[in-house]
Design a protein around this ligand. Structure first.
Ligand SMILES: Cc1ncc(COP(=O)(O)O)c(C=O)c1O
Length: 290
């Protein structure tokens, strides 16, 4: 299978990044993940915009790949090389500040960013969705620019591992008593019939799925309040779910080994998933069987 590295399509197993790459030594870079259905990218521009925002905030020079036509052409070649034009796939794009002798300050102007992209087959977690997933809460130990999708994911990795070690699928992060987000998804709760989720501040990643799901909820007339849940609200939630590119809308039915409400996926999560999936299919040109 091929991947894209610095302007070339190369065999993935033989692709090499320099040991002095700043992504490797400092975690100095950003990334994005797209869902692909039948070769069509879902919300291509929103993800690209978030990537460009991250590059700008970190003052990494934007490489050509962030131009929609260049990006689309590389994406198409990668999907074709992997036989991924049909069915479900993901695309991963990472951009680092490039290769330079190790020193904390930025390298010399003109240092070329490293650009890496790959496509993979994807299987949506539909079985788990039907019965609902378990989660735990963990302390949010991340920095104060969680709105930038950087490759520095150690707190997220540790949170997800803590969940895995307790037989749970996701870790929900809590900062000073406030529910922020999951290890790789945003968190939504239903309290007193109102959908509640952390506002898009520096403390969370502004999820593309979150934005689409909130639009759908508003269109359906479900009240939405972008005010953070408190940790103490968690025990009296009517529903809890996480939303993200690789999970869509995933009901959380157990939290810290206790059932969430009835312990089964709730009606709002189920309705939002079904509308979300229909929207994604429509955007990706998938014909619906009547
Ligand atoms: C920390 C974090 N929050 C939220 C999300 C969800 O964002 P999106 O819906 O754009 O995938 C992600 C996705 O990777 C994430 O890493």
């Amino acid at each position: 299978m091929l991947c894209y590295l610095n302007g070339k399509l190369v065999d993935r197993t033989g692709a090499v990044v320099a040991v002095e790459d700043r992504g490797f030594v400092f975690g100095d870079g950003v990334y994005e993940v797209w869902r692909v259905v039948n070769g069509r990218l879902f919300e291509m521009e929103r993800h690209l915009d978030r990537l460009v925002f991250g590059l700008r905030e970190l003052r990494i020079a934007a490489p050509d790949i962030v131009q929609p036509d260049v990006f689309t052409s590389v994406a198409e070649q990668l999907l074709a090389s992997g036989g991924l034009q049909d069915g479900e796939a993901t695309l991963y794009l990472e951009i680092t500040r490039g290769v330079a002798p190790r020193a904390h300050a930025f390298p010399a102007a003109g240092t070329a960013p490293t650009v890496f992209m790959m496509a993979n087959r994807f299987v949506p977690p539909n079985e788990v969705r039907t019965r609902g997933a378990a989660a735990i809460t963990v302390e949010d130990i991340r920095w104060l620019r969680c709105d930038i999708k950087t490759i520095q994911l150690l707190p997220n990795v540790l949170a997800k591992q803590a969940a895995a070690e307790r037989g749970a699928m996701e870790a929900i992060m809590v900062r000073h008593g406030i529910v922020t987000e999951g290890s790789h998804a945003n968190v939504i709760g239903v309290l007193d019939g109102i959908i509640r989720t952390h506002p898009t501040t520096n403390l969370i990643l502004p999820g593309v799925t979150r934005a689409v799901v909130l639009d759908i909820a508003r269109r359906l007339g479900i009240p939405v309040s972008e005010t953070a849940l408190q940790e103490r609200d968690l025990s009296r939630l009517e529903e809890l779910f996480i939303v993200g590119t690789t999970g869509d809308v995933m009901p959380i039915v157990r939290l810290n080994d206790q059932p969430v409400a009835s312990g089964r996926p709730g009606p709002i999560a189920r309705q939002l998933y079904s509308e979300f999936r229909a929207h994604m299919d429509a955007c990706c040109g998938v014909a619906r069987v009547a």
